[in-house]
Design a binder for this molecule. Structure first.
Ligand code: NDP
Length: 401
């Protein structure tokens, strides 16, 4: 009997709930709560149609710690899966502590008024979760999430030591809109416009946003421009693998996306500070979000594939080796199975897998954890079974850039 409460009825929440319903032997009761109950009900209808499983739904403002605690006490889950926005992380962690329940999320906390991505706020909960005998598993999507699992698997089985690590995130999908984001626009645009940062020789090296470009030929997608960026798993990887000399994160963007981003930035539409408009304060980025297509609406129109993976160079039995582990996910197949495109799918499936491993007690502990601290093997096995098969191959040489 594993009751779970999922919070957040966006693209990622929808995929996670569909996939949980496909494993009723693990998830016996699923409740989905979010700010807009109608979105929960629509997901529950789709789950019922596709799997026959009934998902309970509830309206919840997860910024309200008392309301979230009360809902947890009513639902009595063994785990809360937070798939709302990063802004809600701390409030939901507080509610889990108040109600005595384990916690999982896919993105680190961000304050609304600063585009700042770091684990410090959530790692600060370590003692409180430990003393309560509860487990919080942070960053259990694809990146962060599976990319850390790929790295841990490489360190456990394939290399004796890792010297350099590159994470390559390619979305080769086309949704046909001139400009849209594949997950929450506000979170996505804050992330891509942040200064680039990578880990090198024990320190962070900063640069302007999206200034360093590299072409890479992605399996089943083809050559794409990818850009050096900061991404939150760099912090946990640098913490848990201090021996790695250089850790970088690259993401692909098309020229049209970058042109729009440039113009929107130049005219001030990406600002996250309040500005006065016709007698009331608005935050330009939140207004822009209201104009852009909802990520969930991209599902039926997105074609192509994502290809995300890690390339690690290091030593094995004294010889240098370069190991590439990656997953290719097809937008149309993801949509046919769950009603959501591959960016939501590649996040929702790992969230379901992390939740499954926690509710089954395979992943356990008291405190706040990142995936680097967990055994990668059961996670890697489940990726192959639940729709995100991975491939591992040795490259002839380390990356030459
Ligand atoms: P969406 O914007 O599609 O969905 C977010 C959901 O959270 C919406 O249903 C929204 O409700 C709900 N929500 C927002 N605020 C509250 C609140 N105060 N109380 C209750 N519910 C609330 O986002 P995605 O599904 O694309 O992303 C979900 C999470 O996954 C985000 O944290 C994102 O950063 C993360 N993510 C992680 C990735 C990874 O690989 N690790 C990749 C992609 C995303 P409403 O509909 O009413 O606005």
């Amino acid at each position: 009997m594993s009751r779970v409460l999922v919070i957040g009825a966006g693209g990622v929440g929808s995929v996670a709930v569909h996939k949980m319903a496909m494993s009723p032997e693990i998830f016996s009761h699923i409740t989905l709560a979010s700010r807009t109950k109608a979105k929960c009900d629509a997901i529950a209808d789709s789950v019922k149609t596709r799997t026959g499983v009934v998902v309970e739904t509830a309206a919840l403002d997860a910024d309200d710690i008392a309301a979230t605690t009360a809902l947890i006490q009513k639902v009595k889950p063994v785990l809360v899966v937070n798939l709302a926005l990063p802004y809600q992380d701390l409030a939901i962690m507080e509610a889990c502590l108040a109600a005595g329940v384990n916690y999982l999320d896919t993105a680190n906390y961000e304050p609304r008024d600063q585009a700042k991505f770091e684990y410090s706020w959530q790692w600060a909960y370590q003692d409180r979760f430990k003393e309560a005998g509860l487990m919080a598993l942070l960053g259990c999507g694809f990146d962060p999430g599976v990319t850390s699992v790929f790295t841990t698997y490489t360190a456990k089985h394939l290399l004796d030591s890792i010297e350099t690590l590159d994470i390559l995130d390619c979305n080769g999908g086309d949704h046909g809109h001139p400009f849209a984001t594949n997950f929450n626009p506000e979170i996505n645009l804050r992330e891509v416009t942040a200064p680039s940062r990578h880990w090198e020789n024990g320190q962070w090296v900063e640069g302007p946003a999206l200034a360093k470009k590299q072409v890479f030929d992605f399996d089943q997608v083809g050559p794409k421009n990818m850009y050096l960026m900061y991404h939150e798993e760099l912090e946990s990887l640098a913490k848990f693998y201090p021996e790695i000399k250089r850790i970088r994160f690259w993401m692909t963007f098309g020229d049209a996306y970058l042109k729009h981003l440039d113009v929107l930035g130049n005219v001030g539409m990406l600002r996250i500070d309040p500005v006065m408009f016709e007698g009331r304060e608005i935050i330009p980025l939140q207004f822009l979000k209201a104009l852009l297509p909802e990520p969930a609406s991209l599902g039926p129109r997105t074609k192509g594939k994502t290809n995300i993976g890690t390339i690690a160079t290091g030593l094995k039995d004294g010889a240098q080796k370069t190991i590439y582990i990656n997953n290719v996910c097809d937008h149309e197949e993801a949509y046919a199975e769950t009603g959501s495109q591959a960016v939501s799918y590649t996040t929702g499936v790992p969230a379901m897998i992390g939740a499954a491993l926690m509710v089954q007690g395979v992943y356990s502990g008291a405190g706040v954890f990142n995936l680097e601290q967990m055994d990668p093997d059961p996670f890697m096995d489940m990726l192959n079974v639940h729709g995100l098969p991975w491939k591992m191959r040795e490259l002839a040489a380390p990356l030459d850039f």
